[in-house]
Design a protein around this ligand. Structure first.
Ligand code: ZN
Ligand code: ZN
Length: 355
């Protein structure tokens, strides 16, 4: 079967390889992969920045965003049937089975020894058939047989927003009215939609023009689009209850802190290049304290957020017809892998590979 692999830490090693169909274990499911999504994590792995092959393998099958059908179930699995539409989560418990992992929260793993499909020590889903532990798989309705490929990026948003609400509600009577989303790629647009579903006024910021697809999609949900090329972040007021930073850009991340109002919260969902601080750290911490602000980071998502994401994908489809489909701006076959993993382009949003 066709598989898309890399030699971890070797730049430019991306290739299509023939592999045997894996054998399903007792508690596992064999997945027929319909689609995989491509994101910055895949591009970083291809560039050789990170990625780790499974033990005993010299290569890693990439792909962590997928949409699959159950092909076969292990002898100890009675929760799935052949043909069901599913998405497997990405992260698996650490060998120590730490307290977080033990309680279904491998996204909060304490040891750091967790494994991740397509990223760290487990083969990914960019192949015709893949294997997953059946305990980490969620079912989707047939209405998501295309848009379901956006579930994994949506779970990052679900976690960031859900944790923001939980933290705020635990410390004050919180009635958020206004949110700002920094970035209008797949994660930014999905965050915009989820916050609009919650009834918040949302400003979505990116550097594309007002007539770009990103701007139009943000506006379809009733959000306002701000073109940062014309209206720099530094000129915006500190008036937001919730700030979601998804660009992964360090200077945007610093500006994000200044946008939160008193008692506000800033959620960081990007990966930032290490840099020497040029900002006044004293001011950052004083603003944090005097404004009762919360700045926090959030990575990965457990099964609970995948289940919440399925519900929100259904609601987004009902509210804003065509929104999810328009986010998928390039579809290629596995043979077109260099096109799929190449740059998404200024008006591209999400590249996917269809098996
Ligand atoms: Zn991803
Ligand atoms: Zn753990």
């Amino acid at each position: 079967m066709k598989s898309i692999v890399v030699t971890p830490r070797v730049q430019g090693s991306l290739k299509l390889m023939d592999m045997d169909i894996p054998q399903v274990g007792e508690k596992e499911v064999l997945l027929k992969v319909l689609k995989v999504g491509v994101c910055g994590t895949d591009r970083d792995i291809i560039a050789g920045f990170y990625g780790e092959a499974p033990e005993g393998s010299s290569y890693l099958v990439i792909g962590h965003e997928s949409l699959c059908r159950i092909e076969e179930v292990g002898s100890g699995v009675d929760t799935f049937r052949k043909g069901e539409l599913v998405v497997p989560t990405v992260r698996r418990n650490c060998p120590e089975n730490c307290e977080s992992c033990r309680n279904g929260m491998s996204d909060m793993c304490l040891t750091g020894h967790y494994k991740e499909h397509g990223i760290k020590q487990l083969h990914g889903f960019a192949r015709e058939y893949a294997i997953s532990d059946s305990g980490f798989v969620v079912k989707l309705p047939e209405s998501l047989s295309d848009a379901g490929i956006l579930l994994e990026p949506l779970t990052i948003v679900e976690k960031g927003i859900s944790v923001s609400y939980a933290m705020q509600n635990s410390r004050l009577p919180w009635r958020p009215e206004r949110a700002i989303v920094l970035g209008a790629g797949p994660v930014g647009l999905l965050a915009t939609a989820v916050l609009r579903l919650k009834g918040l006024e949302v400003d979505t910021v990116a550097t594309r023009p007002e007539d770009s697809l990103k701007a139009r999609l943000a506006e379809q949900t009733g959000a306002s689009y701000i073109n940062a090329a014309k209206n720099p972040l530094a000129t915006l007021e500190s008036r937001y209850d919730l700030v979601l930073e998804v660009t992964g850009n360090v200077s945007v991340a610093v500006e994000a802190q200044k946008l939160a109002r008193v008692n506000g919260i800033v959620s960081y969902l990007g990966i930032y290049k290490e840099t020497t601080a040029t900002e006044d750290a004293g001011k950052i911490f004083t603003d944090l304290v005097l404004g009762n602000r919360v700045y926090f980071g959030s990575v990965n998502a457990n099964k609970k957020y995948f289940q919440a994401g399925v519900d929100d994908l259904i609601r987004i489809q009902q509210e804003w017809s065509g929104f999810l489909g328009k986010m998928i701006t390039k579809r290629v076959r596995p043979e077109g892998l260099s096109e799929a993993y190449g740059p998404v382009g200024p008006d591209g949003i999400k590249n996917i590979i269809e098996f």
